[in-house]
Design a protein around this ligand. Structure first.
Ligand SMILES: NC(=O)c1ccc[n+]([C@@H]2O[C@H](COP(=O)([O-])OP(=O)(O)OC[C@H]3O[C@@H](n4cnc5c(N)ncnc54)[C@H](O)[C@@H]3O)[C@@H](O)[C@H]2O)c1
Length: 504
């Protein structure tokens, strides 16, 4: 196979099926045929078929008070083309434990009202475009994950907005849901769209641009986290705000979860990144306290659980392997970047940036702790990692802290086996995962590490009994899933260590 051929293949991590990306990218006939199936219906185009967009598309296809024709659009790249084909072939591109995903997808298949494409012609049909694409922060991580700096390149995001502006109707509503640097809707999206419309000889006074955010929670309540949850929104002007509100009312259960309208889009954009920065800081704050607890022979879990009894401190975080996922690892940086680059401040958001830096180093610390507690060299040792996903009970490996920990083990010469009940294929590492834990535990290993807090590893008597039946090894819980009794039982046979617990 030539490189050119390889680069035109897009492989689904859900089914393993490979798709060849067409050399001629024209899907006008497909889009027109889909629109012809739905005369009189409003057309909603969702830009970006990732973790947020593909499910947002489902929610709109199953809207509460309106029948929409939904077109999901993504890029014809090896990383994303398979999502388009998958949606049109009857396989939803996300593995999720939420049964509503399958229900909503089956309903959309029956109604034939959710079509996916790569062709920008779709924007010309849209009454509403929902922007759910990624906007990444480029971290310049040096050796050992020590962050030296970062950059925000808006070029791909601007290109996506230009694709809309070069094709859309002049009265379209563009609703940005992507997490953006505060200021983006006012200072970037609206001017770019106006420029494109003007170039096409169209007017700009009917254009509507808004921003809205939610906390999408991939997992058992995936759909509900979009449809049955509080939303914050704003428009770049009064008629935009009204149009956003009208649209959201048709897809979200606003009678139970009232919408919150803020004064302008700078405020909604700030609310989103402030919310995530608060969580990231809360975790970073616990890092030094975990180290203190280890040194002082204190069980940090016991301490935090005692504090959490008080209503004023319920959301104090617990220690862990690190912070992963797409949002908390970048959103404080997006905010800081915006302060300096979109609002001309000479000061960054220093505390928020430092929080991200501290969190990025957590996997390295977890590895160093293992090294310091393990007698002898780790080179050549068989290590079983329980969990690859960054979050418990979810199959999402983006920026998972397990990756940093895994890399350190590889550098140390360990032989690693991976298990995760929710991840079949670890895309970032190009590794297929054995999901049969019993089978994996038949082999002997020197070190077993709990790296994700999946419920499969919590209060699992049979797992503890199996571990007890194995020859003496090193058991390392980086998340705090094992109870005191389990630690005691395992400790009779094995060396047991828990991150943040100094009393073992
Ligand atoms: N995951 C969450 O819980 C969550 C919650 C709220 C908001 N967000 C935000 O939503 C946005 C999307 O997140 P995600 O998790 O779905 O990301 P993702 O990486 O899973 O998906 C983004 C998709 O957009 C596509 N894309 C990029 N450029 C495009 C273009 N020009 N045209 C069409 N498609 C394009 C990509 O190919 C990809 O499939 C991010 O800004 C994220 O911060 C995420």
């Amino acid at each position: 196979m030539t490189t050119a051929t390889i680069n035109r293949i897009s492989k689904s991590p859900v089914t393993g099926k490979e798709y060849e990306i067409p050399s001629v990218l024209d899907d006008k006939a497909g889009i027109d045929a889909f629109i012809a199936l739905h005369p009189g219906k409003k057309v909603v185009v969702v830009q970006g078929l990732g973790f947020v967009g593909s499910v947002m598309g489902l929610v709109v296809a199953n809207a509460l008070t309106e029948e929409y024709a939904v077109i999901g659009i993504d890029l014809p790249t090896p990383a994303s083309y398979w999502k388009i084909r998958s949606i049109n072939e009857g396989v939803f591109p996300i593995i999720a434990s939420d049964p509503k995903i399958d229900l909503y997808y089956q309903q959309a298949l029956t109604k034939k009202n959710y079509y996916a494409t790569y062709d920008s012609h779709a924007y010309s049909k849209a009454d509403v475009v929902v922007v759910d694409i990624n906007l990444d922060v480029q971290k310049k991580s040096a050796k050992n994950n020590d962050l030296e700096g970062y950059d925000v390149d808006l070029t791909p995001f601007k290109k996506a907005i230009e694709a809309i502006g070069s094709n859309c109707k002049e009265e379209v509503l563009v609703l940005v849901e992507t997490t953006v640097p505060p200021g983006t809707a006012q200072k970037i999206v609206r001017p770019l769209l106006e420029e494109c419309l003007t170039k096409r000889g169209l007017t700009t006074d009917k254009l509507k641009v808004g921003h809205s955010y939610e906390r999408v929670m991939p997992g058992p309540k995936y759909i509900d986290s979009i449809q049955n949850f509080y939303r914050v929104f704003a428009g770049t002007d009064e008629k935009s705000a009204e149009a956003v509100e009208r649209f959201l009312r048709t897809v979200i259960r606003t009678d139970e979860y009232p919408l919150t309208r803020l004064g302008n889009t700078n405020a909604t954009e700030m609310a989103k990144v402030l919310e995530n920065s608060f969580r990231a800081m809360n975790i970073a704050f616990m890092v030094e306290w975990s180290r203190f607890a280890e040194e002082a022979g204190v069980d940090i879990y016991e301490v935090v659980n005692a504090i959490r009894m008080r209503p004023t401190h319920k959301n104090i975080m617990l220690p862990g392997l690190g912070v992963g996922g797409y949002c908390l690892t970048k959103d404080p940086l997006l905010a800081s970047w915006a302060r300096m680059n979109l609002f001309g401040s000479e000061e960054k958001l220093g505390q928020s940036e430092k929080g991200v830096h501290i969190n990025d180093k957590m996997p390295l610390y977890a590895f160093e702790y293992l090294q310091s507690q393990y007698t002898g060299s780790l080179a050549g040792k068989k290590v079983l990692l329980l969990g690859v996903s960054y979050l418990n009970d979810v199959g999402d490996t983006r920026y998972t802290p397990v990756e940093g920990f895994y890399d350190q083990l590889i550098n140390a010469g360990c032989e690693i086996t991976l298990h995760d009940p929710h991840v079949k294929y670890w895309e970032e590492k190009d590794i297929w995962i054995n999901q049969n834990l019993e089978e994996l535990l038949e082999d002997e290993c020197d070190v077993v590490v709990v790296t994700t807090g999946h419920k499969d590893y919590r209060s699992n008597e049979s797992l503890i009994n199996t571990l007890l039946s194995k020859p003496a090894a090193f058991m390392y819980d980086t998340i705090g899933v094992w109870t005191k009794d389990e630690i005691k039982a395992l400790g009779e046979k094995h060396m047991v260590k828990v991150l943040g617990r100094g009393d073992l």
